[in-house]
Design a protein around this ligand. Structure first.
Ligand code: SAH
Ligand code: MG
Length: 910
């Protein structure tokens, strides 16, 4: 108790040391080393807190405080420049926001201050009332004034007299009208060098006295001084005469009425949403105030655009868009693939900002580790290699060996990470939790992926605020999220009325006359029209996992030919296939090749995004709602960087692993003297294309895939090759027909039965595991090729790819640990098998359907841990051919669609 008495004395004069974690002095972190006391604030009683509050208020009006460099002293000095009766009156609302010590002390007196910061005001008023003789207050008025003037020398040293005539500064702010129907508009605050800025604001709000203006805590960016200003209403007033210890109750009663205060008007939903507490009547959003850095007033213009940027920054995708400075172009990606491919703020940071924006507690992450099995003992690799001459293959081994040592070292200590996260309200009520089963090699990746799941779910909610609880629940389930409906709707209650962005005005401006439309609505992305792709096809096309660089611009265009650029960039990089841009753009860009340009039109984006993207004049604003305009996108594909898997395979293997796979298959095809071949999951036709470079016995070549895009590329390549080579001497002399089918290799089609050889290179890992099993069954039980070659990545080899990848990136130590962050080599992979898993799959299949199987691979070696980079199984049919013959014709099911077909012109056929 005695020590607290000392405290009060000290608080009156000497400032305690500021703690490291706060920029301001706060009772939570006060320390008084000179007294040997580490202040334990928990022990402050209400009485003690009230006493300290009085001492603090007294100090704030002391001679020492006025010249100090503190936000509040700026207000005190400005108040001394107010004219007439207002001279020296300090609005209590600014005391509450500027001096955190005041509000912290108030929390001990009334803990409800935490959720309603304006409850500080009556407490300060009451403290001032206890200082009669020193301070003057007036019943029902929200200001405090010193009784006696400051000594002259204090005045002179604190307040610099303006030289010459007062200057006036015009500051842009926005008015958020109480009625949501009314648009947010710019207002100009005229702040003269001799005036008090709060007077200028109160005038705008139509109030007579700055003391009746309430000020919110800062909104938007943490560093900004952006606040909301609005009228105090009668319920802010309270019974000042009530005993401080029962004030908790008293302040909820409507106090003696102050005629100058308005009755509580309707709730300003938009302003309340930003500030996190109820605001009634019109509000002004301005960035202005005194700081710790300077005696001068600091300010920044706040535009309507800034308002909309703040508005969309409340939504996960809005935060992401802003971080990419591509509001109309970027989207919150669906997947965190690799850290090197991710652009913009990281999911974890977005989630933390989101929580701050919605006044939730910081997200609580928890990671778990599971040790990975070290690969089984490898033979001593060096010796074996030195016995023979160094062929290219062995050099490859040698490299593999060196890498292998590193790999094994790291594997011994290797663990995988799983991450969970919980979101709590400020009162520590659980709102959302997400515990995904996915595990990652890097802790950071597990955190980013879990964060992204939660963000995706929250984003889905903001996109469709009318979602039924059932739908919200099923979306949550699919993302391994659980949420408490009650707490969730409590925290996000206001969102529904504010963020109607996706519902509003998205229906279209399809005023364009039909003949402008070159590809009407044939795209998967809805609402794209008038698409034009210009320029020669360079053949270099993006595929999933590629990093693309485009230049683009988005303009507002109208029927009458008006055009205004809203957003543009000379270099915008994103990963294709990850949903990192609006789906319309992704749908267009995958049809392009490097060097080509495209333009297309699209329905208006939600107004909030358009207004956040660009400063839009009043005229355009009315256009936006007139439904006579649309957005025009223009872009040029500048560069394409291969997906990580390909980059890795090319950098680490020579020839590149994909080429080695093709060569492996070609070798078997030639040895087998096959006349018919089917390539399951042919993709863009790299194997079929290579085959046409060699003389083979093949007469009929078939490819099948589910990707239309890949098939059309394959068709293009094969077509040009086959139509060039129709003379009898070309390597492809024997080939009579080539067909590409669109279909899934897990579906049966009788036209694929009984081929001499089937290939399926790097395909099964792109299906779910059960589908891969199904493919095995369909292929060997129904298609029954004489030989089937299946390749797939060896999961155990990834550790080497990672290591090697890291050492090539040594320059950036931070990046180094994050290079290969996806679980698998390619984010489209649904699984990657260890050698054991692959062996089991293949051995079981072979036994079941009368095939033999041999294992092999490319990249690395069978004898050196951890085996081949790509593992290969070669199945050979063991049952006599005629036993199978009957199968061919029993079922003439045609489930595949012919995409493209080539037949040798009859003159050339033998
Ligand atoms: N075999 C090619 C392509 C490998 S990429 C090469 O080695 O270059 C994997 C391919 O499998 C993709 O083109 C994908 O579209 C295809 N794919 C995935 N699931 C499939 C399915 N169920 N049926 C047919 N193709 C499939
Ligand atoms: Mg693959």
């Amino acid at each position: 108790m005695a020590s607290y008495l000392n405290h009060s004395l000290i608080l009156g004069g000497i400032e305690p040391m500021t703690c490291g974690s706060c920029t301001q002095v706060c009772p939570y972190h006060l320390s008084y080393p000179w007294l040997g006391i580490q202040n334990s604030t928990n022990s402050l009683t209400q009485q003690e807190a009230s006493d300290e509050l009085v001492a603090r208020v007294k100090y704030l009006f002391s001679n020492e405080f006025l010249p100090s460099l503190q936000p509040l002293s700026g207000h005190l000095r400005a108040a001394l420049q107010r004219e007439g009766d207002l001279n020296g009156l300090v609005p209590v609302s600014v005391m509450a926001i500027c001096d955190s010590k005041l509000s912290n002390l108030c929390k001990f007196i009334n803990p409800k201050v935490e959720s309603n910061p304006f409850l500080v005001i009556p407490l300060i008023m009451r403290a001032a009332a206890r200082l009669s003789g020193i301070l003057a207050t007036s019943e029902g008025q929200l200001w405090i004034r010193r009784q006696n003037p400051y000594p002259r020398e204090i005045m002179e040293s604190s307040i610099s007299q303006p030289s010459g005539s007062p200057q006036s500064t015009l500051i842009e702010a926005v008015c958020i009208p109480c009625s949501s129907e009314k648009a947010v508009e710019t207002v100009t605050l005229d702040v003269s060098s001799t005036g008090y800025y709060l007077d200028a604001i109160s005038k705008k709000l139509g109030l007579t006295d700055a003391a009746n203006v309430l000020v919110s805590r800062t909104v938007g960016k943490t560093s900004s001084e952006t606040r909301l200003y609005f009228a105090a209403h009668q319920s802010c007033m309270l019974d000042l005469s009530s005993d401080p210890l029962t004030a908790k109750e008293a302040i909820h009663l409507e106090g003696p009425l102050n005629e100058s205060l308005s009755k509580k008007g309707p709730l300003n939903e938009r302003a309340s949403y930003f500030s996190g507490h109820d605001i009634y009547g019109d509000a002004i959003l301005a960035s202005i105030g005194y700081t710790w850095k300077s005696k001068d007033l600091s300010y920044e213009d706040v535009s309507v655009q800034s308002y909309y940027r703040m508005l969309i920054s409340k939504i996960p995708c809005g935060l992401y868009k802003l971080s990419r400075e591509a509001v109309l172009m970027a989207e919150l990606p669906l997947a965190f693939t690799t850290r090197t491919n991710w652009r913009g703020s990281y999911p974890r940071d977005i989630l933390c900002t989101f929580c701050r924006q919605h006044r939730l507690s910081e997200p609580v992450f928890s990671t778990e580790t599971t040790p990975i099995k070290a690969p089984s003992e490898s033979p001593a690799c060096g010796k074996k290699l030195r016995v023979t001459d160094s062929t290219e293959e062995e050099i490859e081994h040698e490299k593999g060996c060196a890498r292998d040592t590193v790999a094994r070292e790291s594997a011994e200590s290797a663990v995988t990470y799983q991450c969970g996260v919980k979101l709590f309200s400020k009162c520590q009520d659980l709102i959302v939790e997400c515990f995904p089963k996915d595990s990652f090699k890097k802790q950071n990746d597990s955190i980013q992926n879990t964060s992204l799941k939660v963000l995706s779910w929250l984003n889905a909610y903001f996109r469709d605020l009318d979602m039924t609880p059932e739908k919200l629940n099923s979306t949550a389930n699919s993302l391994e999220i659980r949420f408490c409906e009650k707490n969730f709707s409590k925290e996000f209650a206001l969102c529904r009325s504010i963020h109607n962005v996706y519902q509003s005005e998205t229906q279209g401006a399809k005023f364009l006359d039909e003949n402008h439309i070159s590809m009407p609505n044939t795209l998967p992305g809805q609402g794209v029209f008038s698409l034009n792709i210009d320029g020669p096809d360079s053949g270099v096309c993006p595929s999933n996992g590629c990093l693309l660089v485009i230049s683009y611009s988005v303009s507002l265009v109208t029927e009458s030919g008006y055009k205004k650029v809203l957003e543009s960039s000379d270099e915008f990089e994103f990963e294709i296939g990850a949903g990192a841009v609006i789906p319309h753009l992704e749908a267009v860009v995958i049809q392009m090749s490097i060097g080509q340009s495209a333009c297309f039109k699209m329905d208006m984006a939600p107004k909030e995004f358009v207004l956040a993207a660009a400063a839009v004049s009043a005229r355009n604003l009315s256009l936006l709602s007139s439904k006579s305009c649309c957005l025009k996108y223009s872009l040029t594909l500048l560069r394409v960087t291969e997906p990580l898997e390909e980059r890795m395979e090319q950098a680490l293997f020579s020839p590149p692993l994909s080429k080695q796979r093709v060569e492996y298959a070609v070798k078997h095809i030639r040895e087998s003297c096959a006349t018919t071949l089917v390539d399951f999951g042919c993709g863009s036709g790299s194997l079929l294309d290579s085959l046409l470079n060699y003389p083979t016995t093949l007469e009929k070549i078939v490819g099948i895939d589910i990707s239309q895009k890949s098939l059309s590329r394959a068709a293009k390549i094969l077509h040009s090759k086959l139509s060039r080579n129709t003379d009898g001497n070309a390597p492809i002399a024997c080939v009579k027909s080539t067909i590409l089918y669109d279909g899934s290799v897990t579906d049966f089609d009788s036209r694929l039965c009984g081929f001499d050889i089937g290939t399926c290179l790097e395909v099964i890992e792109h299906m779910e595991e059960d589908q891969a099993f199904l493919f095995g069954d369909v292929a060997l039980s129904s298609f029954r090729p004489k030989i089937l070659i299946v390749s797939t990545p060896n999961y155990e080899y990834n550790v080497i790819l990672q290591k090697a990848n890291l050492s090539s990136q040594e320059e950036d130590p931070d990046e180094k640990t994050h290079i290969q962050s996806c679980k698998f080599r390619n984010h489209d992979h649904k699984f990657e098998w260890t050698r054991e898993q692959f062996n089991c799959w293949a051995t079981d299949l072979a036994a079941k359907y009368n095939y033999s199987v041999e294992f092999s691979g490319v990249g690395g070696s069978a004898d050196i841990e951890p085996g081949f980079a790509s593992q290969i199984a070669v199945f050979r049919r063991t049952s006599p051919p005629d036993e199978d013959e009957h199968l061919k014709d029993t079922d003439s099911a045609h489930h595949y669609k012919v995409i493209w077909e080539w037949n040798r012109p009859s003159t050339y056929s033998s």
